[in-house]
Design a protein around this ligand. Structure first.
Ligand code: MG
Length: 384
């Protein structure tokens, strides 16, 4: 079997969802999804098509690594180039599963579990009072989720602290003032109270603090027994992240902006995070993230993938989550968006906060192109 074409399409959702379709001379095709690669990833895939045509589509790891290494001067270690390769890699796994008529998890050593626990992003925002927080949290709990996440970084919403107006003075400074600090603590307390004793709560800081402010905030959140505190500082400084992690009993989670095993190596060596959250359809794909998870397991670090993908990328991520021992929970980021369940032939893949793995080959879902095309991303072509 040989690859005959590599085509892309893109839809709007959480961000640009880039679809990669790989066709073969045997008539078997595979579909992959990647996210956060933007128009650059489309251009990269177009350029790579020529070198993929004629290749054996089953040699997934070899195609990935050979292409990546040959493009090291173009950025073959992080960013859009890796995301483009990720879309290709996931399509190749889908194709291989379909050709062999087995789900991807069967090709990756088999399942540790039959269903995948999912946590839900909750649209609580810093201006809300307790009743408003409760109403938002209740929507997620009524859908059956046993874990949720909220954004704690009040600067993301442009809140100023009416007493001080500090934010307006300098939006690049990463030290929250006392009002901002107290407001973040209060918001986390409201969410934990609204969620109740049995539901786990994670709080995301989107890299917006400096080291000392993160340590101070984590300390003041310790009484809440959070599932985790996410990305307190920018991902570049792993030494500073390690200091934060060691300073607090709150589990520190990160990694959605790291790429490949190489991006995580220092994290593991320094025990810089308590939980890792690679974005599987962004940072290297299924093989690579399975390897990242296995590396994490050596260091007693749970694997809780970041995920903003459609059901296709989510189910592709679930295939990996099934095959590693240290899987904790997978993200769901489309709770308030309406076309999630209509974009594939799988219906509502999340039931009561869990994704049940099926026996369908490959990823286990097909794109509903009629619906997907209604959400075509501006300025892109459709599998041409
Ligand atoms: Mg995050």
């Amino acid at each position: 079997m040989k690859i005959t074409s590599v085509k892309t399409a893109a839809t709007s959702g959480h961000c640009m969802h880039l679809w990669v379709r790989i066709e073969t001379d045997a008539g078997v095709t595979g579909l992959g999804e990647c996210v956060h690669g933007g128009y650059q990833a489309i251009a990269i895939i177009k350029e790579l098509e020529e070198r993929l045509i004629g290749r054996d589509p089953f040699a997934i790891d070899a195609i990935f690594e050979e292409t990546r290494r040959s493009l090291v001067f173009e950025g073959g270690f992080a960013g859009a180039l890796i995301t483009a390769l990720t879309g290709i890699e996931i399509a190749l796994w889908d194709l291989k599963g379909k050709a062999l008529k087995v789900p991807i998890y069967e090709l990756m050593g088999g399942k540790f579990r039959d269903d995948i626990r999912v946590y839900c992003d909750c649209e609580v925002s810093p201006g809300m009072n307790m009743d408003e927080v409760q109403a938002e949290v209740d929507k997620v709990l009524e859908a059956g989720f046993s874990a949720l996440k909220v954004d704690l970084d009040i600067r993301a919403y442009g809140h100023t602290g009416s007493e001080t107006g500090w934010y307006e003075k300098d939006r690049f400074n990463m030290t929250p003032n006392k009002w901002e600090h107290d407001r973040m603590v209060q918001l986390a307390e409201m969410v934990v109270k609204a969620a109740g004793k049995e539901v786990e709560v994670a709080c995301d800081l989107h890299t917006r603090l400096d080291k000392h402010s993160a340590i101070r905030l984590a300390k003041d959140l310790e009484h809440l027994q959070l599932m985790w505190l996410e990305e307190p500082i920018p991902p570049e400084n792993i030494d500073a992240m390690a200091e934060i992690t060691r300073s607090t009993s709150v589990p520190i989670c990160g990694g959605e902006n790291l790429y490949l095993r190489h991006g995580f190596r220092k994290v593991f060596e320094q025990q810089a995070l308590d939980i890792i959250m690679p974005d599987i359809p962004k940072c290297g794909g299924l093989s690579e993230c399975r390897k990242i998870a296995e590396m994490a397991d050596l260091y007693s670090i749970p694997f809780a993938p970041h995920n903003v993908s459609s059901p296709i990328g989510t189910m592709a991520s679930a295939q990996v989550c099934a095959t590693v021992p240290n899987f904790l929970v997978l993200e769901f980021h489309w709770f308030h968006r309406d076309y999630w369940s209509t974009i594939t032939d799988g219906g509502e893949i999340i039931q009561n906060g869990r994704i049940k793995l099926t026996d369908r080959p490959g990823i286990g879902l097909e794109l509903n192109e009629e619906v997907a095309k209604q959400h075509q991303y501006p300025g892109t072509t459709w599998f041409e």
